[in-house]
Design a protein around this ligand. Structure first.
Ligand code: NDP
Length: 333
């Protein structure tokens, strides 16, 4: 059994030696527990925040302990009445190849709906984030213009597609030509802008949004968001989902003051965390699954093979290596 520990608080972009892979034994399951073999694990941008020793909506990862996150596994020994050997389960537990978990922390995956990996993506945390952030805070109406940053990532590509389902004009911002092409050709975005190669982002955005911006779904923050804010329409809504461009900064980055723009446009800017919507997860998952079945929603997964490549997969998020949800395949189901 192998596991990955956080051994140092990263400064800036995490380095390989902030982590350590160690071998260990797995305790026998007690009553109510199961032994789980990890199949897939999720690497997510929010984990970077938990590597700092700072107050947030989730506590920091303790040093020298196993990193935890979304994991899919197979039950190989059960001492819990509701789970059997062979069940596929999802939960928030360790970056570890094998572990003993309290069954209350696990949910059985229904494999008949979609491939099992979707439980960590389109039918899991990132899909639900897109669904609730866009629909509950963004409240899209037909004909409105929606801009989404981080548009070719797990959350972003789902946001754009739901906005299309709701009859909006959708403009995506992403970091490579391959991603831009994908958004336009495969997902039917109305326009897409490569922020890494576009010299005047604000001008390009203004051209892509001739009628201004009604909803800005913010996944990245920083200068990209500053540019979008200039184009807000009256009564614009801004779900603040993530700020990935800031997660590795060592010093706070102070941008232009946007309050006047919010004020004159009577705009709503609201941060949210997907777990706020836990009571409505079934609604979200059912609707996402329905759209998948109807072919109205697509998803992509970027799957890195091998537990030993977990850190690289995580760091790849900050380099834009992923199209869609980044996962690590640890073992064959
Ligand atoms: P993604 O699949 O979008 O992966 C991250 C992407 O961010 C990369 O592929 C990269 O794409 C882009 N990126 C990396 N660095 C920068 C940068 N400096 N500037 C602009 N873009 C950058 O991840 P998720 O879909 O899982 O998450 C997207 C955002 O949503 C994150 O900010 C995350 O923290 C947040 N989030 C929030 C949740 C909530 O409950 N509020 C829940 C889940 C996620 P590119 O090639 O375009 O640069």
């Amino acid at each position: 059994n192998k596991k990955i520990l956080l051994v140092k608080r990263p400064k800036g972009l995490p380095a390989k030696d902030d982590f350590k892979m160690v071998e260990g034994t797995v305790p026998e399951p007690k009553t109510g527990e199961v032994l789980v073999r990890t199949l897939y694990l999720s690497v997510d941008p929010y984990m970077r925040g938990r590597m700092n020793d700072q107050k947030s909506y989730v506590p920091p990862y303790p040093l020298n302990e196993v990193i935890t996150g979304g994991v899919i596994g197979e039950v190989i020994q059960s001492r819990a009445s509701e789970l059997d050997e062979g069940d596929l389960v999802i939960g928030n537990y360790g970056w570890q190849t094998m572990q003993t978990v309290d069954s209350a922390q696990l949910r059985k995956i229904d494999e008949t709906i979609a491939p099992v990996t979707t439980a960590l993506g389109i039918l899991g945390m990132t899909g639900l984030t897109a669904y609730f952030g866009l629909l509950d805070i963004g409240r899209p109406k037909p004909g409105e213009t929606v801009v989404v940053s981080g548009a070719a990532g797990a959350v972003g590509m789902t946001v754009g597609q739901i906005a299309k389902i709701k009859g909006c004009r959708v403009v995506g911002i992403a970091g490579s030509d391959r991603k831009i092409q994908y958004l336009l050709d495969e997902l039917g975005f109305d326009a897409a802008i490569n922020y890494k190669t576009t010299k005047e982002l604000k001008k390009a955005l203004a051209e892509a949004c001739p009628e201004g911006v009604d909803i800005y779904f913010d996944n990245v923050g920083g200068e990209i968001s500053d540019a979008v804010m200039r184009l807000l329409n009256p009564h614009a809504r801004i779900p603040v989902c993530g700020q990935i461009s800031l997660y590795n900064l060592e010093k706070a980055d102070i941008g232009p003051r946007i309050q006047p723009l919010l004020l004159i446009n009577k705009a709503l800017m609201k941060g949210f965390i997907v777990s706020d919507y836990a009571a409505r997860f079934d609604e979200g998952t059912n609707q996402l699954a329905e759209w998948l079945k109807q072919g109205k929603l697509k998803y992509e997964e970027n799957i890195v093979e091998g537990f030993e490549n977990t850190i690289d997969a995580f760091l790849g998020l900050f380099k834009g290596e992923n199209l869609g949800k980044q996962l690590v395949k640890v073992a064959e189901p």
